[in-house]
Ligand binder design. Structure first.
Ligand code: ZN
Length: 81
């Protein structure tokens, strides 16, 4: 999975973790399409879709002990090209 920014075009975004209005919200997904879909689906019940702010995302990754690979994919691609 990778981290994707969602709801880029919206003026006002709210973090689903801390409820703060933030400049960027993120979701974990396999690709951007999936992230956008998950974002949309998160708003189906209350018409208020949410991602997580950087702070909440980092907290979740830490608390759930996610395995984070800190290797840029772009660099990988360049290396094999
Ligand atoms: Zn937050």
């Amino acid at each position: 999975m990778e981290l994707f920014e969602v709801d880029k075009d919206s003026e006002s975004k709210k973090c689903g973790g801390c409820n703060w209005h933030v400049d960027h919200v993120y979701l974990l997904a396999e690709n951007q399409e999936q992230a956008d879909m998950a974002f949309k689906e998160s708003g189906e019940e209350d018409d208020d879709p949410r991602g997580l702010c950087g702070d909440c995302m980092a907290k979740m990754l830490m608390e759930e002990k996610y395995d984070v690979t800190a290797k840029p994919k772009a660099a990988e691609r360049t290396a094999t090209a």
